[in-house]
Design a protein around this ligand. Structure first.
Ligand code: CO
Length: 227
C-alpha cells in the first residue's frame, strides 16, 4: 500500500505543497514498521493518521485546482464563442463620431463588412474610411481590405488583383479605376484611407469591396454621394 501511495503521490500530486509531509510520513512509517513492538506500532498508527489527514488535504487541494482550471477553460470557451461564432448583426457604419465624412467599417473572422451601404454628403470633399478587423485570424487566412471602385470594373480589377498576392494587397498595380484602397489587414489590425470625392465620376455607380481571394463576390456594398 505504501509503495503504491508514494508512486501515485510522486506522479500526480507532486506540485501540491503537502507532498513533502506525505513523503516524510511514509519514511517514518516504514522505519517504525521495521522496528516492531507496541511503541513502534502506535507511532506507526499516529503517522498513519497524519498521513490520512495529509492525503485528505491533498485531495481537497487537487479538487480546488481542478475546479479553477475547469472554470478558466469554460471562460475561455465562452470568449471564443462570442468572437468566432457571434451571429449578432455587425456594428455599422459611418459618421458615428459626428463627422459624416469619417466612416468606420468593421470586419471580423467572417466574409462580411459591417455595412452594405455607405452614403456621404457631397460637402465632404475628402472622405476618410477606417477599416477595423475585430477578429482573431491572421491576414493570410481572413484578410480584408476596403477598396472603392466603379461597380462595372469589379470583376476585372479584383480578378487581376489575385496575382499580386497578400504583399500586393490583392490589387493590381497602377489601376486608375481604383478610387481608394486600404491594405489588407488581419485580426486586431486597423487601416485607413482618405480620398477626394472629386475622384468619383458623376452618374457612375461605385461599390466598396474586399479583394481578398474568394471575398469580393460577397464582401461588397454600395457607395453613394448625397446632396
Ligand atoms: Co475580406
Amino acid at each position: 500500500m505504501s509503495s503504491n501511495f508514494s508512486r501515485v503521490s510522486a506522479l500526480s500530486l507532486a506540485p501540491i505543497k503537502n507532498i513533502s509531509l506525505v513523503l516524510t510520513a511514509l519514511a517514518v512509517l516504514s522505519l517504525s514498521a521495521c522496528g516492531g513492538g507496541d511503541d513502534a506500532k502506535s507511532a506507526a498508527n499516529a503517522v498513519k493518521d497524519d498521513m490520512a489527514k495529509a492525503a485528505e488535504t491533498v485531495k481537497e487541494e487537487v479538487a480546488d485546482v481542478v475546479d479553477d482550471v475547469k472554470e478558466e477553460v469554460e471562460k475561455a470557451m465562452d470568449d471564443m464563442d462570442h468572437s468566432a461564432m457571434s451571429t449578432e448583426p455587425p456594428t455599422a457604419v459611418g459618421g458615428d463620431d459626428g463627422d459624416p465624412c469619417n466612416i468606420t467599417v468593421t470586419v471580423g473572422d467572417a466574409i462580411a463588412f459591417s455595412t452594405d451601404a455607405i452614403s456621404v454628403p457631397s460637402s465632404c470633399g475628402t472622405v476618410n474610411v477606417t477599416l477595423t478587423h475585430t477578429g482573431k485570424l491572421p491576414a493570410q487566412a481572413m484578410g480584408h481590405n476596403w477598396v472603392l471602385l466603379p461597380e462595372d470594373s469589379l470583376a476585372e480589377v479584383a480578378g487581376a488583383g489575385m496575382g499580386s498576392g497578400l504583399e500586393g494587397n490583392y490589387l493590381p498595380a497602377d489601376e486608375p479605376r481604383i478610387v481608394a484602397a486600404t491594405k489588407i489587414i488581419g485580426g486586431g489590425e486597423s487601416a485607413s484611407v482618405s480620398f477626394s470625392l472629386d475622384k468619383l465620376e458623376d452618374g457612375r455607380d461605385y461599390i466598396f469591396v474586399c479583394t481578398f481571394p474568394g471575398h469580393w463576390n460577397i464582401m461588397k456594398g454600395t457607395f453613394s454621394v448625397s446632396g
